[in-house]
Structures are given as structure tokens and as C-alpha cells.
Design a protein around this ligand. Structure first.
Ligand code: C5P
Ligand code: MG
Length: 165
């Protein structure tokens, strides 16, 4: 750990799921994914990946979860751009630890269709920009559910923070 002890790091984990229906646009990591037969039903834009990442960010510092800071029924949450949710989560972290930086993030999106591989670079760049981190340290994995969970999109994310130099 470069001479730093484990107390120099914080790890967080988050996950999210949204039911899919014909109609809503599919947004993942702040990127519009074209050609999706169904999109997420949600109060916000239903970006399951950013919701999982934002929960991971909050959990690294035991700051609760996005439901506390963005209640699902609140008018301010309706149609909300989930990039703002992640930005706010990072603000809360920086209010607690000003020099905390994201070292590494690993995320998995489970969705049967459409295939997401063509969008990996755009989604990775968008997430990394929001997290203010090197995109080469953002690992993004796509999985199908093998037809076992076709009715929803699922995302999981782990984030590692360094508390600064
Ligand atoms: O779930 P499974 O292992 O069968 O997925 C095979 C591959 O398909 C994944 O490793 C991933 O590269 C890709 N995939 C994708 N978009 C999805 C689901 C999977 O590009 N929505
Ligand atoms: Mg969500």
C-alpha cells in the first residue's frame, strides 16, 4: 500500500435495481443507451449504475444511502438526472474528508438486452468524469441474467477511496 496503512483507505459497496417497461429511455452511467426495448421505471431517470455507484460512495464513509438524501417520493427527485445524485454524494464525502479521492471503482451491470459492449467506453468515461478519477481505473463489467431476470436492470459497484496525500 505504498507505505500507507489500511486506515488510509475506505471501501464502499452499493447496488440498485429498476423494473423495466416499454417506454422509458435507458440511461446507464449518465449515458443514453439507444435501441433498448425497455427502460427503467423510476422516480428519477432510473440510472441503476449511478445509483449503485452513489451508494458505494456514501457507504465508504458510512453516510447512509441515496434514499435518505434523495427520497423516492420527493418532487425534487422526479425525473432527476442521476448525475446530480452522484455529485451530491461526493459533496457529502468531501464535506467529511476534503481530500478523499477515488482510487478505483469496479461495477457490474446485469441486463439481458440490449448488448452494452459498444457503450462501455462512453459509460466508463462518464462515470470516471463524475468520480474525478482515471477512467483506466474504472472497471465496468456487463452480464446477462441468462434469461433469469429479464424484468429488471441490476447494478452493483465497489469504490475505493484514498484519504489523500
Ligand atoms: O452474461 P454472459 O456472461 O452470457 O454475457 C456474455 C458477455 O456479453 C459479457 O461478458 C459481456 O461482455 C456481454 N454483455 C453485453 N451487454 C449485456 C450483457 C452482456 O455486452 N447487456
Ligand atoms: Mg435506482
Amino acid at each position: 500500500m505504498n507505505g500507507r496503512g489500511p486506515s488510509h483507505y475506505r471501501v464502499g459497496y452499493g447496488e440498485d435495481a429498476h423494473r423495466l417497461e416499454p417506454g422509458p429511455r435507458l440511461v446507464l452511467g449518465g449515458v443514453d443507451v439507444p435501441g433498448a426495448p425497455r427502460g427503467p421505471v423510476a422516480h428519477s431517470d432510473g440510472d441503476a449504475l449511478l445509483h449503485a455507484v452513489a451508494d458505494a460512495v456514501l457507504s465508504a464513509f458510512a453516510l447512509g444511502d441515496i434514499g435518505q438524501h434523495f427520497p423516492p417520493g420527493a418532487a425534487a427527485t422526479s425525473g432527476k438526472d442521476s448525475r446530480d445524485i452522484l455529485r451530491r454524494a461526493l459533496e457529502l464525502v468531501h464535506a467529511r474528508v476534503p481530500h478523499a479521492v477515488v482510487v478505483n471503482c469496479a461495477a457490474v451491470v446485469t441486463l439481458d438486452e440490449p448488448k452494452l459492449g459498444d457503450h462501455r467506453a462512453a459509460i466508463t468515461a462518464s462515470c470516471a468524469r463524475l468520480l474525478r478519477m482515471d477512467p483506466e481505473r474504472f472497471g465496468l463489467t456487463f452480464k446477462t441474467s441468462e434469461g433469469l431476470a429479464t424484468d429488471h436492470v441490476q447494478a452493483r459497484a465497489t469504490v475505493l477511496f484514498s484519504l489523500g496525500d
